[in-house]
Design a protein around this ligand. Structure first.
Ligand code: FAD
Length: 395
């Protein structure tokens, strides 16, 4: 049986990032096992938004360190030709009078206290940045210039390429089918390509994490939740790359927006989606009623979009935990197992930072950001990781 010091299950953006960081931190023997192809899981469905705006402080820290990686990507992965497809358009977030004002204000102040550049805009300034929108109801508007969006698939494949360059072996088309244990210690994996022994196993299986739960007979709470993304085209009000990504806390669907391809609008809801019975990334049905419902909210904020056309649409699946924050670290008393799952629709922007701290933890090094708040045990103890917004993808 071949031996690797570290085996990573899954080559989504998180697993690929873990593999890169393990190698960058000095690990000499790393194997990544991916059932499909690199980045083909939920990573390929991501909207790609990058911001540090969160109300959970640890998420802000992880997003900030990750932003540095996105903003200096070629240097970060040590490849002059690497690109993450970053569009540095900034991120605007607004709330009308009501329940969202206090969490928004507190989160913006907390970001500023952490040294992150965040500006408060009045309605005129907001319109100057996003002239296709109206802000008549906006009571508080925040703007984060160092933000934008990037390409999650490109980031996953770039991390994987960087990992391979540093000696990591990545096997695609190989399913992990079980875990080899000696008592409570993980010592290897069974796969469709035979068994491998390992010193430590890192599971980044996203919506397929319940497989690991069954193999280890532990509870790893995560459910697959389908979300819909629409791309709208409006001849008279193009959403250009210069216009910021935008979060509308005043809309019923907590909609988020960004440019798509430099002229279309990408829009999606930030509320609870459709819970699936089993983990799968097949495309779901998108009804015309649904498009009409979201379209009406879009037109309230972007009046010219009253007559916009639907250019394309797709669905993607979130791995949602009970508090919409990830589980990172070890699993109870099991030795040799590290997990990173439950990104609940906001894992891409954290992927460099998460990959690094999971790699640090697996190597027995101090982590840049404490894993404590992300511990699995929080669900049993009731110390859920919830910020001022409550559970949700802004978190
Ligand atoms: C519609 C949508 C929009 C989003 N928008 C944003 C956004 O704007 N900003 C943001 O920050 N985040 C966003 N996200 C979230 C972000 O994209 C995800 O958190 C991130 O891509 C998850 O990466 P991952 O590596 O955990 O999962 P995945 O990419 O799903 O990778 C898991 C991999 O594990 C493999 N695997 C599982 N089990 C096994 C096994 N037994 N053997 C071998 N391989 C296995 C799978 O094949 C898969 O490739 C969005 C997600 C969706 C769906």
């Amino acid at each position: 049986m071949s031996h690797y010091d570290f085996v990573v299950i899954g080559a989504g953006v998180i697993g690929a990032s873990v593999a890169h960081h393990l190698a960058a931190l000095g690990a000499k023997s790393v194997l990544v096992l991916e059932r499909s192809t690199i980045g083909a899981g939920t990573t390929s469905q991501s909207s790609g938004l990058l911001r540090t705006h969160y109300s959970v402080k640890q998420n802000v820290e992880l997003a900030r360190s990750s932003w540095w990686a996105f903003n200096n990507f070629a240097e970060y992965v040590g490849d002059d030709e690497a690109s993450c497809g970053l569009v540095k358009c900034g991120y605007m977030i607004s709330a009308p009078d009501g329940g969202k004002i206090d969490p928004l204000r507190a989160s913006l102040i907390a970001q500023q206290d952490m040294g992150i550049e965040v500006q408060l805009l009045d309605r005129t300034e907001a319109r100057e940045r996003l002239p296709i929108a109206q802000f008549d109801d906006a009571a508080l508007i925040g703007y984060e210039p160092e933000a934008g969006f990037a390409d999650a698939y490109l980031v996953a494949t770039s991390f994987a390429r960087a990992a391979r360059r540093q000696g990591v072996k990545i096997m695609e088309g190989v399913s992990v089918t079980g875990v080899v244990r000696e008592g409570r210690k993980v010592v290897g994996v069974q796969t469709s390509a035979g068994s491998f022994s390992c010193g430590a196993l890192i599971s980044t299986q996203n919506i397929w994490t319940p497989e690991m739960a069954a193999w280890m007979d532990v509870e790893l709470p995560v459910k697959p939740e389908r979300h819909t993304v629409l791309a709208l085209e409006c001849d008279t009000a193009a959403y250009s790359f210069k216009m910021p990504a935008f979060k509308d806390l005043g809309s019923a669907g907590m909609l988020y927006y960004r440019s798509y391809g430099g002229s279309q609008m990408l829009v999606s809801e930030g509320v609870v989606g459709e819970t699936l019975n089993a983990p799968e990334t097949e495309q779901g049905d998108i009804s015309l009623d649904y498009v009409g419902e979201v379209g009406a909210q879009v037109a309230e904020r972007f009046p010219a979009y009253e007559t916009a056309g639907l250019a394309s649409s797709w669905t993607g699946v979130y791995d949602v935990t009970p508090d919409w924050n990830p589980v990172l670290g070890s699993v109870s008393d099991i030795e040799g197992l590290v997990v990173g799952f439950g990104f609940s629709g906001h894992g891409f922007k954290l992927s460099p930072g998460v990959g690094k701290i999971l790699a640090q933890h697996a190597l027995g090094l101090p982590t840049d950001v404490s894993l404590g708040p992300y511990a699995l045990s929080r669900f049993a103890s009731g110390a859920l990781l919830v910020g001022k917004y409550g559970a949700g993808a802004v978190s």
